[in-house]
Design a protein around this ligand. Structure first.
Ligand code: AMP
Ligand code: GLY
Length: 424
């Protein structure tokens, strides 16, 4: 069958890499894609939020399956749009309905869902401009650091963690009264700070059944030792070495099952990924956030470990027969290290020529912000390449990634040399 992937990052190149290996895939399209996806599929210059252009592309190319990479089109209701269209309703779209996507689109909604379904999470209250004074009083009752979260999507920047009470009050006011994050901060969730180690669990669900995919941990800060500004993610490791069977069992019983059951009880149409951000506090897992898509760069370590044919998994997801497919996982560890443009996550230049990709041996180079210009692969974003390796443990896999990075070059290239530093 013909298949379309929506998105243009390392996550989407990884999906394309896996799906192009499936003998169920005839022609693969990526919209809009990057230089990496153009080598293994057909890039179509369509924005992920242009539903009408996507519809035309699906109809013209007889596409039978669509995998939605990023959250934006999901929160904008692409799954509902497909179901409402005569031409598209049988197309196997992998991604939740708008109601499901609200678990990521609204922090307040996600908190309410967790409370309703008794899923462990940090205590919280939410406030609007009308209740700013109450919000400030609530902050006084908490211990530092203070966690303020813009309710809506804020490109990963909507969470502030502050030590000082006066700064916290001021930022609350900036968010609620001065639109610090635009409409996204019209409502703010204030929550208890949880002190622990973070990890992510990925679930593929058809709305009734689920499969737990490999765990992963990403490294979000730009600087070594987890210092400096937050980024989309500078590297990732799978599996997370400290997750043993006991912790995994708690995660499944207390979090995964009630999440899938909660979606079902609320009649939410959900055929796609749930990315559960967790924090492990004294071996008790609590949910920090839900995302309704795969993570990036977590996908670059999770998918290469999945041995089961992805297209088969997605067909079963759409047909709500996920219980009929067995999920096979590669025992090896996977690591990825992101190469980023100098200046990222703040201003950076684009258009730098990338060299050395063909010299990489025994690692996979997934493209993120790349494009082609005058026959060269050039940088086109903050995160540029993800270098993924597999080996018997994460230390050996990381060594391969770092050895191969020596062969790669672009002007201003930057990367963290300490991925996994906190695990040994
Ligand atoms: P989120 O966008 O909700 O994932 O938050 C971004 C980051 O803020 C998370 O990855 C955590 O590192 C941190 N964070 C969010 N909520 C909390 C919390 N309640 N306690 C401690 N850290 C938090
Ligand atoms: N790496 C974090 C995310 O994809 O949201």
């Amino acid at each position: 069958m013909n298949i379309l992937i929506l998105g243009s990052g390392g996550r989407e190149h990884t999906f394309a890499y896996k799906i192009s290996q499936s003998n169920k895939c005839s022609q693969l399209f990526v919209a809009p894609g990057n230089a990496g996806t153009s080598e293994i599929s057909i890039n179509v210059p369509i924005s992920v939020n242009d539903f009408e252009a996507i519809k035309n592309c699906v109809v013209e190319n007889d596409i039978k399956m669509v995998i939605v990479g990023p959250e934006d089109p999901l929160v904008n209701g692409i799954a509902d749009y497909f179901l409402a269209s005569e031409n598209l309703k049988t197309v196997m779209l992998i991604g939740p309905s708008k109601a499901g996507a609200l678990l990521e689109g609204s922090k307040e909604r996600a908190k309410e869902f967790m409370i309703d379904h008794k899923i462990p999470t940090a205590a919280y209250q939410s406030f609007t401009n009308d209740t700013l004074a109450e919000g400030k009083k609530f902050l006084e009752k908490l211990n530092p650091p203070y966690v303020l979260k813009a309710d809506g999507l804020a490109a990963g920047k909507g969470v502030l963690i502050l030590e000082d009470i006066n700064e916290a009050k001021q930022e609350l006011e900036n968010m609620l009264s001065n639109a610090k994050f635009g409409a996204a901060s019209e409502t703010v969730v204030i929550e208890e700070f949880l002190d622990g180690i973070e990890l992510s669990v990925f679930v593929l669900t058809d709305g009734k059944n689920y499969k737990i995919l490999p765990t992963a941990k990403d490294y979000k800060r730009i600087g070594e030792g987890d210092k400096g500004l937050n980024t989309g993610g500078m590297g990732a490791i799978s599996p997370v070495p400290f997750v043993d069977a006991i912790l995994m069992n708690k995660i499944e019983e207390r979090i995964v099952k009630p999440t899938v059951n909660g979606l079902q009880k609320e009649n939410i149409d959900y055929k796609g990924f749930v990315f559960i951000g967790l924090i492990n506090v004294n071996n008790e897992p609590l949910v920090i956030e839900y995302n309704v898509r795969m993570g990036d760069p977590e996908t670059e370590v999770v998918l290469p470990r999945i041995k089961t044919d992805l297209v088969t998994l997605f067909e079963a997801t759409f047909l709500q027969k996920l219980e009929e497919v067995s999920l096979e996982i590669d025992d090896r560890a996977a690591t990825t290290v992101m190469l980023v443009s100098g200046g990222y996550p703040e201003a950076y230049e684009k258009g730098k020529v990338i060299s050395g990709i063909s010299e990489v041996k025994d690692s996979i180079v997934f493209h993120a912000g790349t494009t082609t210009k005058d026959g060269n692969v050039v940088t086109n974003g903050g995160r540029v390449l993800a270098v993924t390796s597999l080996d018997s443990d994460y230390i050996k896999a990381l060594k391969k990634s770092y050895q191969n990075i020596e062969k790669l070059h672009f002007d201003t290239m930057n990367y963290r040399k300490d991925i996994g530093f906190d695990l040994s």
